[in-house]
Design a protein around this ligand. Sequence first.
Ligand SMILES: [Zn+2]
Length: 397
Amino acid sequence: MKKYLSILTMVLTMIQIINGQEELRKQAEQLSKELIIIDTHIDLPGLLQNKWEDISKTASGDFDYPRAKAGGLDVAFMSVYVAARYENNGAKSEADSVIDVVERILKTYPDKFARANNPDDVYKNFKDGRISLPMGIENGSPLEGDLKNLKYFYEKGIRYITLAHSKSNHICDSSYDPERKWKGLSPFGKEVVKEMNRLGMMIDVSHITDDAFYQVIELSKAPVIASHSACRFFTPGWERNMSDEMIKALAKNGGVIQIAFVSNFVSQEIRDKEANNRNAIAEYLKANNIPANDRRGSEYSNRYWKENPVGYADVKDVVKHIDHVVKLVGIDYVGLGSDFDGAGDSFPHGLKDVSYFPNLIYELLLAGYKKEDIRKICGGNLLRVWTEVERIARLSK
Ligand SMILES: [Zn+2]
């Protein structure tokens, strides 16, 4: 009898747990509709520039209207990505042609997407049920050494600039580039920071070196953003993510780190597997005297990666990064910057595309976050920074 009773208690507890989880799922779903969700880095324009697709239906990338709606995504910052090779080589006109893609989206689907040049536009579009598509340029090369180009792009709707991408440019150094040409910001880069403050454009510190970051923090009168970065605490030594010291400096500046979802940004385990693959490939090519850049080399490499998949991080890893920032500096300095459509097939289990935001919110609820915290993480913090950047610009006029 005793045995049956304990089994019965176990079953009842399990039912309670399942009911509790279901309750949290419902709550997460509701919050995803009720709160303004902002993602500060989506690389859709680059995809559509290569090949236009009808994004009012399910499309081939990580973002389209049906999935964004299902996910409750309200503000998708369109990344106007300009590759490092355009530096001194047509960067401004490349940026213009990517901006044209965003313009085409706005013109093609006026009932679904809308321009958003400031937080007020965001609130208005949210009420209308349309998805806001503000823009940020990824890589400052399009400024082409002329401060007047900042105004030019501001007028076209650009609201942040990631100062550099994979290579050092005429503005500052890149974390991916071993060459540290400027030891931070260039003299022109310092002028860019001041002019962005004056215009009310957000400065994006993702991708740049630590030195460049600290120089921006020292110079900028306004809070800055990291549009898609994660915590170096979990990926020691990897400069593309932000160290605890940097996150503290960012919080002191009133800025926000928008956590990227990419598996190898959030999981050291994935990074280790990637390094193992790269080493194994390099050893094989060396032992067989195959140059890495010839056909046999790339064929071997492609096959090796296919046969030795590194797998994916989990949505819980992303929550760990959010948690880390919150424990370090508080709830007001963290947000979301997925890098969807910018990182191939490398998004975590449970956070694969723009339809998964309710699942992220569910995990935040499981981790003990309350509605007000989740509101800040999902977009409130970014809106606070954007509003402050505009206020400071008004003061200087
Ligand atoms: Zn990037």
